[in-house]
Write a protein that binds this ligand. Structure first.
Ligand code: MG
Ligand code: MG
Length: 248
């Protein structure tokens, strides 16, 4: 069931979303060669807790950490480890926070030190694809309009659009209805209404759109080993558009 949030729920989601945004901003200063992803995880968890929230992903379906740190060909659900960031890596950091029972969810990808032109291209256009999707969010538009806009933009830029992983509703659960795929047909699917809250999250690859799961049963990687990027915001459908909940 797709829920319409009350004023009170929206206020709590704004707070949760803002904590997610602030956690991303806080981590940025540490994104340098030599730091382990485990350390980033600890910093994020401490930050979220010190702001009165809890990390949404911890123990969600048994997930063993507070955030996801996916490096290079890792698409999503990379588990923080002793891996040390290297010059030329890209890292996708996915953060969820729960404040008084309501969640915010946002992922962002970052280059470490000097990255190649191809990596920069991937980051720039995956971020832009997110905003292409966001611009479709308004009452009367459909879920298919969001996916269509993202997919068309990605294809135009020769990037692979992952189909196995999709956006979703957010509320008092980190994942709720509706599904928000990064592909679709215009004017199809659920019609958006004021008060819905959804996470839009394109995951785009420099190569094939095909992905496989690693033996840890969590980490998803590209089949051809080429890099992947991930940008995500949680948004509220407003009277005439959208409001980003995981922003400033
Ligand atoms: Mg996320
Ligand atoms: Mg999400």
């Amino acid at each position: 069931m797709v829920s319409i949030k009350s004023k009170r729920e929206i206020e709590l989601m704004k707070k949760a979303g803002h904590i997610v945004y602030q956690t991303h901003q806080y981590l940025k200063q540490y994104l340098k060669p030599g730091i382990t992803t485990r350390k980033l995880n600890q910093l994020a968890e401490d930050y979220i807790i010190s702001h009165g929230a809890t990390p949404s992903f911890k123990d969600f379906n048994g997930y063993p950490a507070a955030i996801c740190t996916s490096i290079n060909e890792e698409v999503v659900h990379g588990i923080p480890s002793n891996y040390k960031l290297k010059n030329g890596d890209i890292i996708s950091i996915d953060i969820g926070a729960c404040y008084k029972g309501y969640h915010g969810d946002s992922a962002w990808s970052y280059g470490i030190g000097n990255i190649s032109e191809k990596q920069k291209y991937l980051l720039k256009h995956t971020e832009e694809a997110l905003f292409e999707g966001l611009r479709q969010v308004k009452p009367g538009n459909h879920i298919g309009d969001i996916g269509y806009a993202i997919e068309q933009y990605a294809l135009k830029h020769n990037l692979g659009v992952i189909r196995e992983l999709i956006g979703h509703g957010v509320g008092n659960s980190i994942h709720e209805d509706p599904d928000v795929p990064n592909y679709g047909k215009q004017h199809t699917g659920l019609m958006l209404k004021e008060g819905m809250t959804i996470a839009i999250e394109p995951m785009l690859n420099l190569g094939t759109r095909e992905v496989v799961m690693l033996d840890d049963d969590w980490t998803i990687v590209t089949k051809d080993g080429k890099p992947s990027a991930h940008f995500e915001h949680t948004v509220l459908v407003t009277k005439d558009g959208y409001l980003i909940l995981t922003g400033e």
